[in-house]
Design a protein around this ligand. Structure first.
Ligand code: HEC
Length: 153
């Protein structure tokens, strides 16, 4: 009879691991037809995510343009507009659907945009901005290769 608490504790531990795996690592995902992982979203989540993506594209275009024109202010504005502050506006429930790898890549992108702005504000060179932009494109490509969005039926 003394074994029972241990069995319960073990079951509790295992089910916690399972929940952590599902909610933290796996998110709300299914394998997609094209070999990527599809994140299942409600329409408002998808609209938010895609709007943010269009903002990313605008930022990288503006940063590239700023490098050509040597317009540091334009680069700082563009980088900041896709920095970490944007994440705070995410609709309720979206974060819980995102798998860990997606969140990590997403935070890396926001973080690097902030870093680009910070570097220039601290007097860094446009050559450094170019290198950062080059790195940033790797983040965009890596995530698009791995994930897509589908509407939850
Ligand atoms: C954390 C993952 C992730 C990162 C990082 C990421 N994207 Fe995306 N992006 C996605 C997903 C998922 C989609 C939806 C693609 C699909 O469903 O096929 C998307 C879609 C897009 C779209 C289409 C938007 C629309 O309205 O249809 C653009 C443009 C885009 N991303 C640009 C970028 C750029 C530029 C970067 C880098 C600065 C970037 N993304 C970084 C995940 C990411």
């Amino acid at each position: 009879m003394k074994k029972l608490p241990w069995i319960l504790a073990a079951l509790f531990f295992l089910s916690s691991l399972f929940l952590v795996y599902f909610f933290l690592f796996k998110g709300k995902t299914v394998p997609a037809e094209d070999g990527r992982t599809a994140i299942l979203m409600k329409p408002e989540h998808r609209n938010f995510a895609l709007q943010e993506m269009r903002g990313f594209l605008e930022s990288v275009a503006q940063i590239h343009d700023g490098i050509l024109k040597e317009d540091r202010e334009q680069i700082i504005r563009a980088a900041r507009s896709s920095g970490g502050a944007v994440v705070e506006h995410a609709p309720a429930g979206l974060m819980a659907r995102l798998p860990m790898a997606f969140k990590q890549m997403g935070f890396a992108v926001h973080g690097l945009f902030d870093e680009m702005a910070d570097s220039l504000e601290a007097g860094g060179s446009l050559e450094l901005t170019r290198e950062q932009l080059n790195l940033q494109f790797n983040n965009c490509v890596a995530c698009h290769k791995t994930f897509k969005i589908e509407i939850e039926q």
